[in-house]
Design a protein around this ligand. Structure first.
Ligand code: GTB
Length: 216
């Protein structure tokens, strides 16, 4: 039986592939492994049955036999360790690819994710513009360093890896902000990731859920 992951029954991103199941789907597609998806509602996520899988009552989760995982980064790492194609064989290169995974989630994602939260939750607050400017400053600092490091390479460290997969999913969240375009090599990097056949298959799969839900 293929592993089962969970995803939003009705994603608030309206099929833009911004929820964190997208990176897990993409990882499965890159390594050529089938997977099943169980859709969960916001209320079901907070029920004991789902909390047994995910202590914080969120998606995505991963179930395979006796193994239950949460945290999208841990799930992508697990897929990459189990199957070839997302981590280099050379031990040092593998360690560096894993460092890029952590960099994507620990160093680059926080201000980007906070920006989207602030736009949703704090738009009518008196501090909104100031907070947004501060976050944009933090984001630009990270992007400037990342852009300098990437230079004119296709990927962050040699061949495409799970580090690139996570970094691209993180940067995609800036797609409608205008900020990414200030760093043409990063915009091209995201476009390269999105052009990968595995990304396209993963994107189409999550979009199909939104399309079916909006018809039904
Ligand atoms: N660190 C965890 C991980 O990486 O797996 C974070 C998991 C997480 O934030 N899950 C979110 C969730 O379940 C969905 S992805 N939220 C429901 C809840 O907490 O009750 C975050 C997300 C939500 C919405 C959009 N969007 O609308 O664009 C994008 C991303």
């Amino acid at each position: 039986m293929p592993p089962t992951i969970t995803a939003f029954e009705s994603s608030p991103d309206r099929g833009r592939g911004l929820a964190r199941d997208m990176r897990v789907r993409w990882a499965f597609e890159e390594v050529g492994q089938p997977y099943d998806v169980r859709l969960v509602s916001f209320s079901a996520m907070k029920e004991p049955a789902h909390r047994a899988l995910h202590p914080f009552g969120q998606i995505p989760t991963y179930e395979e036999g006796d193994l239950v995982l949460f945290e999208s980064g841990a799930i992508v790492l697990h897929i990459a360790v189990r199957h070839g194609g997302l981590l280099p064989d050379d031990a040092n290169a593998r360690a560096r690819a894993i460092a890029w995974m952590f960099a994507a989630l620990d160093t680059v994602e926080p201000p980007i994710f906070d920006r989207s939260l602030v736009q949703i939750l704090e738009r009518n607050e008196p501090w909104y513009e100031q907070r947004l400017r501060a976050l944009d400053g933090s984001i630009r600092k990270r992007l400037s360093d990342l852009s300098g490091r990437l230079g004119d390479a296709d990927w962050l460290d040699g061949a495409f890896s799970a580090g690139d997969l996570l970094m691209v999913t993180v940067l995609r969240r800036l797609n409608s902000s205008g900020i990414l375009e200030e760093y043409p090599n990063l915009a091209a990097y995201v476009a390269r990731g999105e052009a990968r056949p595995a990304f396209k298959r993963a994107f189409a799969a999550q979009l199909a859920i939104f399309t079916a839900a909006s018809k039904g």
